[in-house]
Write a protein that binds this ligand. Structure first.
Ligand code: GLA
Length: 760
């Protein structure tokens, strides 16, 4: 299900902190003909025998697979001699499990079989007995469902006698790959014997936080017992101020959790930058421990004023004579009333909703005086409508379905996201696009060759109307290839017809994802081959009587930032897919330094969508794995880069911290600044980075990033942002003036955190 460039990508693996006791026994292992390295506490499964095709007889432990090829288990099979193969295949992992394994644990009832992740779906057997299944196969009653991201963490009940101790065991894995890379691709699979305490899950990353009026935060932590035995022990907590290196408070409570049940525990903690909580559970019987740590979220964005205030981009580009839908971004105590002076003919404003709609006037620049008022006062600002061929004059802002719902997106989820965008106050800060990613397409075109929505998208026009009525923009996704990355129908050979369908449905934004088109190019592809499909679709979109923003997704191949605009693009992806960890943020956002000078209005480098809030890529939703400080850095950097701001999270479950992170209008203003400059990296030294973005009117936004994992302070020379005399400094996150400064400024920044300043 992965994009072709992912074959080449080095995957970041998440470290599992499991704290197993080590055992001394030498572990004899084998996989096929080769041996498997063992660590003190795990049997690593580095290799497997592999065959394409599908035969249920291959699950049997004694099947003779000696003629099968030996592959390693951390790379797609396509990179190991099976290039271009999609469909069914089997892996067979041979492993001798020593009986001494049993004495390594205080609870020898389970064997944990960790099979990492498998692209796209698997069904796994131990010695012929099924032990687990993730995703589903085309031959299953409900058809194919990709679960390429999901961890395969299976447990085997040893009391069933399924393990052949001290002899060869076979883990047979039946795989179905829908498209792109296939099979094992991530971290190395292994076997282990859990301790009783390993059944206790202190999922600090899943904790929920509610900010109290007194400035503290109430944390709810679910402690889960995954095993069929009671867990009893003491849960110790320690709250630390990381900046000062001090323990602020500590506590302990006795807990008992029934088999396979959970317990919700509540605490109230202080909330400010640099507060960390450590949990330590001590098992009453064995004395073994389970630990977890999390950095507490803290809100920097001040609450909105009750008086009316206008927000969002000051510019909008649209093609003359095309339909226009625009929602004025404004906050203030409800009800708000909107009015506009010098609104061009053909456009009308709904005074209650603030939605402007109608037809874009003739080419030209139109200054409109927007006004919002409520019982407490009013506010005005000039908003400029530029009727012409240039779209996306400021970076697109909105939401995309992929990072939350993956291929399970539906009309209902999309409508709900749109409504929440409005109800929770995000649209009031300028978040105004709702983009459907992969997974909306029906398996076959209609009789006349038209692309149609699948059963989850019964009426695209109705969906478009729903969004436009609310002043939101409607985005969609396709591939120039025969199929998309998710194996759905692409636009190959139907480019003009698809562009016409999108226009009919009211689409305002198309993300066009290379994926299977790679098969239509030579190896290595030429620049012309890369440009051809984008040029074709760019022209097709231009033929439509709509303003459709064209977003190129080919992962930054062939320096797309130098030619994306020439094929009609306004946005282009710069890298492979982002994921919610710090290394990925470095490989996407922080890797942009050499390319930011190519950024300009209507020419946006896209380091991929945001990974804050509840994410899942179609699997169970869970909070972003970035720490709060990493999230401040992520949003600060994307603002400085003038990157498209596309939320990737489940909006209905938006939490208070994430909401505060996404509704800071001073931070958003840096991103949406009308000059359209990308920040330049002015310093990259001693794990400090300083990025400077020129703003309209001569001000500068300055991001100071602490790339180390420790809380540190440093002095920033004002020469870095071109000031030698006195200057005014403002903290954008806190929306607070820091006074008049000269020369150097001192900053204190948490590990992986950022300061975002505006210099005037
Ligand atoms: C690729 C893209 C992602 C997403 C998926 C959909 O991986 O890079 O952003 O669109 O395809 O299948």
């Amino acid at each position: 299900m992965q994009t072709p460039n992912r074959y080449m990508r080095d995957y970041t693996t998440l470290t599992l902190r499991l704290g197993f006791a080590s055992f001394a026994a030498a572990l004899l292992t084998q996989a096929g003909a080769a041996s498997t390295p063992a660590t003190a506490d795990r049997l690593m499964l580095s290799q497997a025998r592999f065959s394409t095709g599908d035969d249920m007889a291959w699950r049997a432990p004694d099947f003779d697979d000696s003629g099968w090829k030996v592959l390693n288990t951390t790379q797609y099979y396509q990179t190991q001699g099976f290039e271009g193969y999609n469909g069914y295949s089997w892996y067979r992992i041979h492993v001798v499990i020593p009986s001494s394994f049993k004495s390594s644990t205080d609870w020898p009832e389970r064997l944990r079989i960790y099979l990492s992740a498998i692209d796209d779906a698997d069904e796994s057997y131990l010695n012929g007995v099924r032990i687990g299944k993730t995703g589903s196969m085309p031959s299953d009653p409900h058809g194919y469902e990709s679960r390429w991201e999901a961890p395969r963490d299976y447990a085997v009940d040893l009391r069933t006698g399924i393990v052949r101790w001290d002899r060869d065991n076979v883990i047979a894995v039946r795989v179905y790959d829908g498209a792109g890379g296939g099979g094992f691709y991530k971290d190395m699979p292994y076997l282990t014997m859990p301790q009783r305490v390993d059944g206790l899950q202190l999922d600090a990353g899943q904790a929920r936080h509610h900010f109290l009026a007194d400035g503290r935060v109430q944390t709810t932590l679910n402690v889960r017992n995954n095993f069929p035995v009671v867990q009893r022990g003491v849960l110790q907590t320690e709250v630390r101020d990381v900046a000062k290196g001090r323990v602020l408070q500590s506590g302990a409570r006795s807990i008992t959790i029934a088999p396979e049940k959970s317990l919700a525990l509540h605490w109230t903690w202080p909330t400010r930058l640099g507060i960390q909580v450590r949990y330590r559970f001590v098992d009453a019987i064995s004395g073994r421990v389970a630990t977890a740590t999390h950095d507490l979220p803290y809100r920097l964005t001040p609450p909105d004023a009750p008086t009316p205030t206008l927000h969002g981009a000051r510019l909008l580009g649209a093609r003359p004579g095309t339909p226009l839908h625009y929602r004025i971004a404004a906050t203030g105590r409800a009800p708000l009333h909107f009015s506009a002076q010098s609104l061009p003919q053909g456009l009308t404003l709904n005074a209650d909703s603030g939605v402007i709609s109608g037809t874009t006037p003739n080419a030209g620049s139109y200054d409109v005086q927007l006004r919002v008022r409520n019982a407490l006062g009013d506010a005005t600002r000039v908003w400029t409508l530029v009727a012409g061929e240039q779209l996306a004059l400021t970076p697109p802002m909105g939401w995309n379905s992929w990072n939350a719902y993956g291929l399970n997106v539906s009309d209902a989820l999309v409508r709900n996201a749109a409504q929440v965008l409005i109800d929770k106050g995000l649209a009031a800060k300028g978040w105004n696009s709702i983009n459907i990613d992969d997974g909306w397409e029906a398996p076959a075109r209609s009789a006349n060759g038209e692309i149609v929505g699948n059963a989850r998208f019964p009426d695209m026009t109705a969906l478009g109307n729903f969004l436009h009525d609310r002043g939101l923009r409607f985005g969609i996704y396709s591939s120039p290839g025969a199929t998309t990355c998710g194996g759905y129908l692409g636009s190959l050979g139907h480019e003009l017809q698809d562009a016409a369908s999108y226009a009919r449905w009211g689409v305002d934004y198309l993300k066009y994802d290379l994926c299977s088109y790679a098969a239509n190019m030579s190896k290595p592809p030429t620049l012309e081959e890369h440009q051809r499909p984008y040029h074709l679709m760019g022209e097709a979109l231009h033929k439509q009587a709509r303003s459709i923003v064209f977003s190129l997704c080919q992962y930054g191949e062939q320096q797309v930032w130098t030619w994306g605009a020439s094929v009609g693009g306004s946005v282009w992806r710069m890298t492979g897919d982002i994921s919610d960890n710090w290394i990925s943020v470095q490989e996407t956002g922080f890797a942009q330094a050499p390319h930011t000078r190519f950024v300009a209005p209507g020419r946006w480098n896209d380091p991929d969508m945001l990974v804050v809030g509840q994410l899942g890529w179609g699997d169970a939703l869970r909070p972003s794995r970035l720490t709060p400080d990493e999230q401040y850095s992520h949003i600060s950097l994307w603002s400085l880069l003038a990157a498209p701001l596309l939320l990737g999270n489940d909006l209905p479950s938006l939490d208070e911290f994430t909401l505060s992170l996404l509704t800071n209008h001073e931070v958003i203003d840096i991103n949406q600044d009308a000059l359209g400059m990308g920040a330049q990296r002015k310093l990259n030294q001693d794990d400090w980075q300083v990025w400077v973005k020129e703003l309209e009117g001569g001000a500068k936004a300055v991001g100071v990033f602490n790339m180390s994992s420790r809380f540190r302070s440093t002095q920033i020379q004002s020469g870095l942002f071109g000031r030698d005399g006195q200057f005014q400094l403002r903290d954008a996150w806190r929306q607070k003036d820091l006074g008049v400064k000269s020369k150097n400024i001192t900053v204190n920044v948490p590990g992986h955190g950022a300061m975002l300043l505006v210099v005037k």
